[in-house]
Ligand binder design. Structure first.
Ligand SMILES: *[C@@H]1O[C@H](CO)[C@@H](O)[C@H](O)[C@H]1NC(C)=O
Length: 134
């Protein structure tokens, strides 16, 4: 079984004028054997109910949205067998896949957007500090 190397990066989408929110991905790299369960952790901090996203970026490809939580059921099923559960008690949104495949070797971004009523000015994208994560 070949181990997969899965680097992760965090991203925060901020709405203009809104306050402190962030996402934290405590693991920089995760090694998982093909066929084994994959879990990528993400914790968030937000003063309001957040929108949460997981993106995947395969080598030399664009960002692909795997799944998002906006409201309603806290267990979210995405593409490619990925799932994430919003746990408000842990302020976490970990990404899981029951059985990793070699093609899952990619960078993963957990992202958050605050949902501030009236802040319809569009989302700003704050790029990750690459030096912090690589
Ligand atoms: C948070 O809630 C989930 C169920 O929604 C539970 O499985 C988990 O153990 C809880 N975590 C803590 C720290 O209480």
């Amino acid at each position: 079984m070949l181990p997969l190397l899965v680097p992760m990066l965090a991203m925060v989408f901020t709405l203009r004028g809104s306050g402190a929110q962030s996402v934290t991905q405590p693991d920089r790299h995760v090694l998982v054997s093909e066929g084994a369960p994959l879990q990528l952790r993400c914790s968030y901090s937000s003063s309001v109910s957040p929108y949460l996203f997981w993106y995947q970026q395969r080598p030399s490809q664009g960002l692909q949205l795997l799944l998002k939580y906006m409201s309603g059921a806290t267990l979210v099923t995405g593409i490619d067998g990925f799932q994430a559960e919003l746990r408000k008690n842990e302020t976490s949104f970990h990404l899981r896949k029951p059985s990793a495949h070699w093609s899952d070797s990619a960078e993963y971004f957990c992202a958050l957007s605050d949902t501030v009523p009236g802040a319809a000015g569009g989302a700003e994208h704050k790029p990750p500090d690459v030096g912090d994560f690589l």
